[in-house]
Design a protein around this ligand. Structure first.
Ligand code: ZN
Ligand code: ZN
Length: 369
């Protein structure tokens, strides 16, 4: 008894026609000979899946199968049996030779998506990542024509050199005429007198490749780099798929990103805030000493112009914003209390007047230049 057709496609029994088609495309792609070269198990599996799709894609046979199962199809002359057909023939019958994309013309390659995580500083400076990928590529031995070195190319007898054939597929479900790429020459119109041994004449194969990706300075989490034509190779004459790299940026313990700005917080004792001090602050270009002016207020920001992230594909550069947090001490000993009282008695209301904000920032900027 063959395996349940719904299980073979991995869909529920109430799956829509579109879901069945989608499931079949996905399964077929997984089992494609380009992905599983010389794997008889994948080939046998593909033929079972194709038989399941043949039955479930037709409302009449699906209804029979739903009611009576495999026995019902046997009564109607037997379920589809592709065991004698070549995988390439079946692909051509269902997909017009194209499981990788478009409906007509040479097949385009599939897009590839990968994710990469980079460090916070790297996101500001830009970086390079080398990613090991399994890509369908044009066979480098035959450069895609499927011919062994020195082999002659002759017009394909099957299609008279046209590359396309009109075929009648006959099954218990009737006769269906389909125009499809010639299965003998894979749509090329010519066949070599001897096949390329590297790719078994397919012209493409799956290859492990180290792909170098340049990650530009200023990239942020969630942004995607598109590398046109760097995905899976198309069939001869078809375009390559694209490679999409989604970037995520690791958090930094001391710095945060806000638009193009990098934001840090410093925490200083109230006495330092009163008298001014110097501090070491982390930045995108490393640590730097900054002067904290006397009288700095809690929550005020010290701005370092141009020390933020660069804009991608645009002019401009963010700033570093240093937010000041002031720590207020508790007094516990009598001696501490006395000193605090003495200071309180000395200070006049004028000591608490805030500096004009603009002149405050002007002074900071000058101090930092
Ligand atoms: Zn080859
Ligand atoms: Zn042909």
């Amino acid at each position: 008894m063959p395996e349940d057709y719904y299980d073979l496609l991995g869909v529920p029994r109430d799956a829509s026609d579109a879901d069945i088609k989608k499931a079949f495309r996905r399964r077929a792609r997984d089992l494609h000979p380009d992905v599983n070269p010389e794997d008889p198990e994948a080939e046998a599996r593909f033929k079972e899946v194709a038989a399941a799709y043949e039955v479930l894609s037709d409302p009449a046979t699906r209804e029979t199968y739903d009611r009576l199962g495999h026995d019902g199809l046997r009564g109607a002359g037997g379920g589809p049996d592709f065991t004698g057909a070549s995988v390439q023939d079946i692909f051509n019958a269902f997909f017009g030779g194209d499981i990788f994309g478009g409906e007509s013309g040479p097949a385009s390659g599939e897009d590839v998506g990968v994710a990469v995580e980079i460090g916070f500083i790297e996101s500001a400076t830009g970086t390079t990542r080398t990613m090991p990928l399994e890509l369908v590529t044009v066979c480098s031995t035959c450069e895609g024509d499927g011919a062994a070195e020195g082999a002659d190319l002759e017009d394909c007898a099957e299609c008279d050199g046209q590359g396309r054939v009109r075929r009648i597929s006959r099954s218990v479900f009737g006769e269906i005429a389909r125009e499809s790429p010639c299965p003998v020459c894979a749509g090329r119109g010519q066949i070599p007198s001897e096949r390329c041994a590297t790719c078994a004449g397919r012209g493409r194969r799956v290859e492990a490749q180290d792909v170098e990706v340049q990650i530009p300075p200023g990239i942020a989490t969630g942004q995607r780099i598109a590398l046109r034509g760097k995905g899976h190779a198309g069939e001869p004459g078809g375009r390559n798929g694209d490679l999409y790299v989604s970037v995520s940026v690791r958090a930094h313990p001391e710095m945060e990103r806000d638009g193009l700005d990098v934001v840090t917080t410093i925490s200083l004792p109230v006495t330092d805030a009163m008298m001014g001090t110097t501090m070491t602050v982390s930045g995108l270009e490393g640590e730097r000493e900054i002067d904290i002016p006397a009288g700095v207020q809690p929550g005020q920001q010290i701005i370092i112009r141009g020390a933020g992230f660069p804009a991608i594909q645009a002019r401009g550069q963010g700033d570093q914003r240093i937010i000041v947090d002031v720590k207020v001490p508790r007094v516990s000993s009598a001696e501490e209390r006395e000193a605090a009282e003495a200071l309180a008695a000395l200070l006049e209301p004028g000591n608490y007047e805030r500096t004009e904000e603009n002149s405050f920032f002007d002074r900071i900027r000058q101090a930092l230049r």
